[in-house]
Design a protein. Structure first.
Length: 278
């Protein structure tokens, strides 16, 4: 296995970013040093990434893009170039993870639907949930003054499990992340970033919430896993990591719950598309 230090050096990762980079290191372990060099040369040549003095070439939260490998990324770049929309990747590198994004863009262009919101690309073609909603489901008018009223009746009542998870966070951390639990951490961390952006408009997850997630993943009891489905367990892990120790309103709680549900449903759709469904 190639040295992680060499890969971070190739990425021009400054020393003060190593702790953040190591939270996403599992993605870099999926590709060789030579392949990483190929990918970076490709992204630089296409000006999808622009080197800046003293800054990492690819943000740690986008290491998962690199894990697609050179051949896949090269193919997606060539395909999106054919429809003249390479700027979508330049605007947001994580869009290269979307297997269906290019086909969705083509369909929207052919149907005369806008692919941009103002000067920026729409999120719709790069999200299965959003894309399916505009093609398969009627639009539902909602009162934006009362977002807390949406879908209240279908939200599950939770009381016992959150208190158990909160109790875990009150106890000393006894275990470190293993290779297996690190994969789970990286998967949930990607979801957590999107949830935080949806609810709070910030793309970064602070250290406290990150630490909460690590402690929950490494300390969760087997009895909880036996009682809960994967989606339900993921939901409580994410919700408790965000809210533990905070005094938040019912409206904010509901926004977090709704965003978590949307994220996990979207992740399930992606798993189905990639053939990972059980």
């Amino acid at each position: 296995m190639d040295s992680i230090a060499k890969k971070l050096q190739l990425l021009n990762c400054p020393a003060n970013m190593y702790p953040r980079a190591y939270k996403h290191i599992a993605s870099l372990e999926l590709i060789s040093l030579e392949e990483l060099e190929q990918i970076l040369r490709l992204l630089l040549t296409k000006k999808i990434i622009i080197p800046k003095n003293g800054e990492i070439l690819v943000a740690p939260e986008n290491f998962c893009v690199l894990a697609n490998g050179f051949d896949v990324l090269k193919m997606r770049i060539e395909e999106i170039e054919k429809i003249g929309q390479l700027d979508a990747y330049r605007e947001k590198l994580s869009r290269m993870n979307s297997k269906s994004g290019i086909d969705n863009l083509k369909q929207m262009i052919n149907m005369g639907k806008p692919i941009k919101d103002g000067n920026k690309y729409s999120k719709v073609p790069f999200s299965l949930r959003r894309f399916n909603s505009i093609n398969n489901k009627p639009k539902v008018e909602t009162n934006t003054d009362e977002p807390q009223a949406i879908n209240f009746e279908v939200q599950p009542e939770v009381s016992v499990i959150p208190s158990v998870f909160d109790t875990i966070l009150e106890e000393p951390q006894e275990h470190a992340l293993t290779d297996e639990s690190f994969e789970e951490f990286e998967r949930l961390m990607d979801s957590l970033q999107r949830i935080m952006f949806t609810v709070y408009g910030v793309s970064e997850v602070n250290d406290k919430i990150t630490d909460n997630l690590i402690r929950l993943i490494t300390s969760k009891k087997s009895v909880l896993e036996g009682q809960e489905t994967k989606e339900s367990l993921d939901s409580e892990l994410l919700y408790t990591a965000i809210t533990h120790g905070k005094n938040i309103s019912e409206i904010e709680q509901q926004k977090i719950r709704n965003s978590i549900d949307d994220e996990l449903n979207a992740a399930k759709e992606i798993d189905i598309e990639l053939g990972r469904a059980a």
